[in-house]
Design a protein around this ligand. Sequence first.
Ligand code: SF4
Length: 309
Amino acid sequence: MFYEDCILCPNLCHVDRRNETGVCRQKDRVRIAWSGLHRGEEPPVTGERGSGMIFFTGCPLHCQFCQNRQISGSDGENYGIDITVDEMARLMLSLQDMGAATLNLVTGTHFIPSIAAALDEAKGKGFSLPVVWNSSGYESVYGLELIDPYIDVYLVDCKTLDKGTASRFCRTPRYVDAVIPCLDFIKSHHPSTDLDAMKGTILRHLVFPGELGATVSFLRVFAERYKDAFFLSLMTQFVPPLGNLDFKMLSEDEYDSLVYLLEDLGIDDGFIQDPSDDDVLWIPDFTRDVPFPASFADPDPYFLSLKRR
Ligand code: SF4
């Protein structure tokens, strides 16, 4: 019933996804692009062996420079395989058997009702990993109310709070109006963060090239509204998609100015990416069994069996 008049994200398409698609370009049948252990997430979520990822195909946003464009639909591609709720539950159990530290659901907004059903089924069969909701911060409050009871850790983006930046990078100024209610909902339901106990929120922000002013504005709002509730993960390495290499990347001086600003604003809980560490500059290729550098990831054997059937 949740898919019949879809309002799971702020696009509020009101389409009947049994027969048609909205902005996310997905019907009610779950489609995923990859599943396995991944060691590139923030350390508490990754643990020793990796975070147990499920990457969903489709996205309610179509950002200009999406790194996952093969699967997000930003260019009209729709790479992935269709699976049932029962298969998703088995995938969750399989990730647990692999030794995953967490279950990490990546851009599942448009499949929230199916994910909730799969989690119910998996829990009935012994699934007990902390559940991480890894999203763009682009859920409707209605969608969040459905998924929140299942979530231990939110790993959400706040891409920008500047409408011009949102238009250039997210292809919609609506992002700015949508992300604040989303973050306020999360804060009201999870008012503190304790990553040792796997509870709370890591708020990610990527510094867009040439948009340092937008990052400064975001950090001021973060310090005012969310600092006491969320950890910050400040990412400084924008990875241009292939063929778009003419961006002015963050300079050392700009990076230093951000570090000083964090100190000034009293933001001391969190993570900041070092822009001189170029080990992580890659774009995943989801057509491969391991879309990431091999040292970062192990595919789930059950996922591979579904992919090859
Ligand atoms: S999930 Fe969002 S984009 Fe997709 S159909 Fe529903 S409201 Fe539209």
